[in-house]
Design a protein around this ligand. Structure first.
Ligand SMILES: Cc1cc2nc3c(=O)[nH]c(=O)nc-3n(C[C@H](O)[C@H](O)[C@H](O)COP(=O)(O)O)c2cc1C
Length: 356
């Protein structure tokens, strides 16, 4: 039986246990120049210090237009590299594998940042239509992802995570509702996966064999089979690790497993783990706030690693609590961190921790 404390090696990088920190953006912490702030550095350094095996820095824009808002971080300019070295050094000092998530908002682009662009012209959530990207624009965008990955490597990250879920650009290529193309980037699973698969190949060629490439991918958008086929394309292209979350469309309710310790999003990772059959390690995420849930998912062989979002925002000591039974403050589930975000609305769990 695999234990939570067992290490796992992913493309030569040793994760000292089975717990990873999910990317969680701090929309208003960066400067307008897309730089990481002192607050970011302190936040991630603290989160690296309490037993997590891998830390993935939040969604980071690959172009200025792909930022969530003005004060959101980017890796689209060399001036943005240096500050990340504090985070990667903190991770190294704590024996934590470090990734950074690379993203573009695509059709969900904030009008303050640029026009909504995506695989096809479709109705956007903000109103109006998106612009369909030409093949040349697709190639230019792929280059921006590559350049950001090269900067991430220069900053000392062990690898990158491509943001391929939660309705952003890579996910928009995967989902049939937002990708209506009939060229080589639309239609079949292979074609819809091509935008990200080509980025993976470019990063692998430029950053080398030992650079960890992960994709956070949609587990069912809406069906598991096509998402597993897309994931296999990513693996063929050189993806080392799949971290599974939700996509644009709601997953088929029949995918909910009969398991009181998980929820439907978390179950997507469990299904993908089974579908991928050990080709690469697979993680799940969502609603994991109790040590018992982590133990269940790992010890019962349901996934290879467990990704922790709000549990790590509420209390970075959560991994130690899972490993040693020590004290931690549980996430209140209040969502204060989600749309505020994080800083504007105080996290009540953090307030409890501050008083301890
Ligand atoms: C404040 C906040 C920011 C988030 N930012 C990101 C992000 O940058 N990239 C991403 O893929 N998911 C992001 N998410 C989603 C989380 O990574 C995670 O999937 C979600 O919170 C569910 O997991 P949890 O129940 O462990 O928090 C964010 C969630 C929260 C609450």
């Amino acid at each position: 039986m695999t234990k939570v404390s067992d290490s796992i090696t992913i493309n030569g990088h040793v994760l000292k246990n089975r717990m990873t920190m999910a990317p969680t953006v701090k929309f208003d912490w960066g400067g307008p120049d897309g730089l990481l702030s002192e607050k970011h550095i302190a936040h991630y350094s603290e989160r690296a210090a309490h037993g997590i095996a891998l830390l993935c820095v939040e969604a980071t824009a690959v172009t200025p237009g792909g930022k969530f808002d003005e004060c959101h971080i980017g890796l689209y300019d060399d001036s943005q590299i240096d500050r990340h070295r504090y985070v990667t050094e903190a991770c190294r000092n704590s024996g934590v594998v470090s990734l950074i998530q690379l993203n573009h908002t695509g059709i969900s682009t904030n009008p303050k940042m640029g026009p909504p662009i995506g695989p096809s012209a479709v109705q956007t959530r903000r109103g109006g239509m998106s612009e369909e990207m030409t093949v040349q624009q697709i190639h230019e965008m792929q280059l921006r992802f590559l350049e950001a990955a090269v900067r991430a490597q220069k900053a000392g990250y062990d690898g990158v995570q491509l943001h391929g879920c939660h309705a952003y650009l890579i996910n928009q290529f995967i989902c049939r509702n937002t990708n209506l193309r009939d060229d080589e980037y639309g239609g079949s699973d292979e074609n819809r996966a091509r935008f990200a698969s080509e980025i993976i190949r470019m990063i692998r060629k430029e950053c080398g064999d030992g650079f960890l490439i992960s994709v956070r991918t949609a587990g069912a958008d809406p069906d598991l089979e096509s998402c597993a086929a897309v994931a296999r394309e990513y693996i063929k292209a050189g993806c080392d690790y799949l971290q599974v979350s939700s996509g644009i469309t709601d997953p088929d309710p029949s995918l909910r497993r009969n398991d009181p310790l998980t929820n439907v999003v978390c179950d997507l990772g469990v299904h993908m783990h089974e579908a991928i059959g050990g080709l690469v390690p697979v993680s799940c995420v969502n609603g994991i706030h109790e040590p018992e849930q982590v133990r269940h998912l790992i010890e019962d062989g349901l996934v290879d690693t467990v990704d922790l979002g709000t549990a790590m925002l509420a209390d970075p000591r959560f991994p130690e609590a899972v490993l040693n039974g020590s004290e931690f403050v549980k996430c209140f589930g209040c969502k204060a961190c989600q749309y505020g975000p994080f800083t504007k609305h105080n996290c009540p769990a953090q307030a409890v921790r501050d008083r301890q």
